[in-house]
Ligand binder design. Structure first.
Ligand code: ZN
Ligand code: ZN
Length: 87
């Protein structure tokens, strides 16, 4: 079962679930759990659910856009590096 919680740190939602449930690759056989920043679509794999849970409350530790919001175009909701809008 996937769970989506709001991280107090950033006010953004983070989904936690198994690689199977989320349709993500468990490429090395050890990345069984994932956390995903819902706002930015950034996913990171973890070997244990406990580890994944600790990341779920701290998106700036795995989402570069949560860590540096200026890299994110709020207007069009994409990385600002690929944005044509005048910043
Ligand atoms: Zn993010
Ligand atoms: Zn833009």
């Amino acid at each position: 079962m996937t769970t989506t919680t709001k991280a107090r740190q950033t006010g953004t939602e983070v989904t936690l679930g198994s690689a199977d449930e989320l349709g993500l690759d468990d490429c090395d056989g050890e990345t069984r759990w994932y956390t995903i920043c819902e706002k930015h679509g950034t996913a990171i794999g973890h070997s244990t659910k406990a580890l994944a849970r600790s990341f779920a409350s701290s998106p700036i530790d795995f989402c570069e856009f949560c860590a540096t919001p200026s890299d994110w175009c709020e207007t069009h909701e994409h990385p600002s590096a690929s944005c044509e809008c005048a910043w």
